[in-house]
Ligand binder design. Structure first.
Ligand SMILES: CC(C)(COP(=O)(O)OP(=O)(O)OC[C@H]1O[C@@H](n2cnc3c(N)ncnc32)[C@H](O)[C@@H]1OP(=O)(O)O)[C@@H](O)C(=O)NCCC(=O)NCCS
Length: 193
């Protein structure tokens, strides 16, 4: 029995191209991760705010380098795609942004992000998210992107609202962290026409 609807995005759409560098207004780029970024990732994960909203912690620069290795390999599996948000001039890492739970056939994925503590409050996450969303809907052809954050994470909610990710409700007791189950706000953007 054939499928009655075609795949929204054909398998291979990611794996058959190099992971792109995506320009971000304000002198930044989204670029693939490098093993040399391990100290910056380790430093980011010493931040108590990042620790509060993530279920992992990095015990060493070597461990962070192992994560980066996984992020680099994920591209060809077409399940996740991870970019460093970097200063376009110095190449220094100022954050991370990802597409997760990619299902090309359904045209869907979830976005996730963090910024370095020293980079916060300058609109970096919203600009990076807008650039990634434009690429995902435009070049890649996805149809819907979801964004979830713990209901108590007001900064992340502001990023979602400022970038047009409309609120769609609350997923109750949806993610387990060290302090217990977090209720999660669900936001989403849908490709317009
Ligand atoms: C959420 C996060 C990515 C926002 O990144 P950002 O680049 O600072 O984004 P913005 O500059 O747009 O700031 C977003 C909100 O953070 C708050 N904020 C502003 N300055 C801040 C600062 N210096 N430090 C912390 N938060 C600040 C404000 O509420 C702001 O909203 P507003 O613009 O309406 O005032 C960042 O705070 C972060 O990495 N937090 C820890 C990890 C995390 O929560 N990731 C998301 C998990 S769902």
């Amino acid at each position: 029995m054939p499928f009655m609807v075609p795949d929204v995005v054909a398998a291979g759409a990611l794996a058959q191209q190099e992971q792109p560098v995506i320009p971000v207004p304000g002198g930044m780029v989204l670029r693939p991760w490098s093993p040399d970024d391990a100290p910056a990732v380790y430093e980011a994960f010493q931040d108590p705010v990042i620790q509060r909203w993530h279920a992992r912690e990095a015990d060493s620069v070597d461990e962070a380098r192992g994560w980066i290795d996984g992020w680099r390999k994920a591209w060809s599996d077409e399940r996740d795609a991870h970019w460093a948000i970097a200063d376009a001039t110095t190449d220094a890492v100022v954050g991370r942004i990802s597409l997760r739970l990619i299902v090309l056939a359904d045209g869907q994925a979830e976005v996730a992000y963090w910024t370095m503590p020293s980079a916060r409050g300058r609109g970096i996450a919203p600009r990076a998210l807008t650039a990634l969303t434009d690429w995902a809907f435009g070049e890649l052809g996805l149809h819907r992107l979801e964004l979830t954050h713990a209901t108590a994470n007001e900064a992340s909610c502001r990023v979602a609202l400022k970038t047009g990710f409309a609120p769609e409700g609350t997923k109750r007791s949806a993610v387990l962290h060290t302090d217990g189950w977090h209720d999660m706000h669900l936001h989403a953007r849908v490709q317009e026409g």
